[in-house]
Unconditional design. Structure first.
Length: 151
């Protein structure tokens, strides 16, 4: 280290500032590389998590509309009103199917697949019961349809 102390003050200052500039440059390059990685990850996260939330929300909203219409089919006495609601439920089935297919393509994690498959299983159990309620209501067997809703 004696060689360093033997240098003139100007050269020592130059070496010190050069070392600081090199360290700052290395930190800057490292930061830029990591910021690009973060930017890429945030884009993936947005595309695979945030955007699909809209589909999940639409699935939920449409499903709730179906539930209300199923209830209404039993409440209404006019067959025309009942048939209108039954047709609307079928339209919502198609909407939900489209949204499910779109959402399923965006799932990236195994846990997400498991949860989504449990939802699809529950939906497949629900649909025949709902269709039975609709059938009973359209046959004007409202009391039986009400009992089916209660179960």
């Amino acid at each position: 280290m004696k060689w360093y102390y033997d240098l003139k003050i100007g050269i020592r200052l130059f070496l010190g500032f050069t070392a600081v500039v090199l360290i700052a440059g290395i930190i800057g390059v490292y930061s830029i590389v990591n910021m690009n990685i973060i930017s890429g990850n945030s884009t993936v996260m947005y595309d695979n998590v945030t955007v699909p939330m809209e589909e999940l929300a639409q699935i939920s909203i449409t499903f709730q509309k179906q539930r209300v219409l199923t209830r209404d089919i039993v409440i209404y006495t006019n067959l025309k009103d009942k048939q209108f609601r039954a047709d609307k439920i079928k339209e919502y089935d198609e909407t939900i199917e489209e949204l499910i297919n779109k959402y399923e393509k965006s799932i990236v994690e195994e846990e997400g697949f498991k949860l989504f498959n449990s939802y699809k299983t529950a939906l497949q159990k629900y649909i025949p019961i709902r269709d039975q309620i609709i059938k009973l209501a359209l046959e004007e067997k409202n009391q039986e349809a009400i009992e089916a809703i209660k179960d």
